[in-house]
Design a protein around this ligand. Structure first.
Ligand code: ATP
Length: 235
């Protein structure tokens, strides 16, 4: 349902994405593996309309996203949960989560229902809902960011490195939550450097290097690929 076709993206004279094509079928959990600077975040910026394409096409459910504003992309069902969480640390947990409903959900009952779902999914956030988001642990803040993204009722969720800087146990919880969101029917595109954990929940994976896709396949095939083992799975 989400397809990138020969996408090029430039930062000035630097070509960060070079004729990159990929697809995420409806209900899939697609992982993008790649080192720092490979182009994963640029893929997300391209998809969410934050950066204009130099060439190529991106479509969602058959609709071309060219020229659609970032808010229009959200309304079309695509929500981006950026790397580094981007919370408002002085605002409460609940207010941060509610912000995710801002672009296209104004009905009070719907927002309340969405909020209840997020709090049920992450009980620790329900306990801390009136505390400033900045007072939470890194993993809990990542849950706030994920909850905020879910408030936009995404058909497709773009998750940029949700495990960054988290302790292994918390990484596990985070990935369990992402898998649960996917099982409920949300298509997920997940950029990760933690290849072990990401391949554990993926239905399909792409390897990004130098702004191109160099390899893709089902998780088992990638786990058994020598290049992937050397570069991303520690031998
Ligand atoms: P990371 O995990 O570090 O975010 P990434 O795979 O997401 O890595 P991108 O952030 O997409 O990589 O960056 C791809 C390339 O584009 C890198 O070489 C980066 O230095 C460059 N780049 C990213 N943003 C800009 C920018 N605003 N101006 C110039 N170059 C940029």
């Amino acid at each position: 349902m989400l397809t990138l076709d020969e996408v090029c993206l430039d930062y000035g004279a630097f070509r960060a994405l070079d004729r990159l094509s990929l697809a995420a079928a409806e209900g899939a959990l697609v992982v993008l593996l790649g080192a720092n600077g490979a182009g994963k975040s640029s893929i997300f910026r391209a998809v969410s309309g934050l950066h204009r394409l130099a060439a190529g096409r991106i479509s969602l459910g058959g609709r071309d996203l060219a020229g659609v504003s970032p808010a229009g992309v959200v309304r079309a069902g695509l929500v981006h949960c950026p790397e580094g969480r981007m919370l408002f640390p002085a605002m409460t947990v609940e207010k941060n989560v509610r912000l995710g409903a801002y672009v296209h959900r104004r009905d009070r009952a719907g927002v309340k229902r969405g909020l209840d779902e997020v709090m049920a999914m992450f009980p620790v956030l329900a306990e801390k809902r009136h505390q400033p988001a900045g007072s939470l642990s890194g993993g809990q803040q990542q849950m706030v960011a994920l909850g905020r993204a879910l408030m936009g009722r995404p058909k497709v969720l773009l998750l940029d490195e949700p495990s960054l800087g988290l302790a292994p146990l918390v990484v596990r919880q985070m990935f369990d939550a992402v898998a649960a969101v996917n099982r409920r029917g949300t298509t997920v595109l997940l950029a990760e450097q933690n290849a072990h954990a990401a391949l554990g929940i993926a239905s399909h994976a792409y390897v990004v290097e130098g702004g191109r896709i160099v390899l893709d396949g089902p998780p088992d095939a990638l786990r058994n690929d020598d290049r992937v083992r050397r570069a991303y799975l520690g031998g």
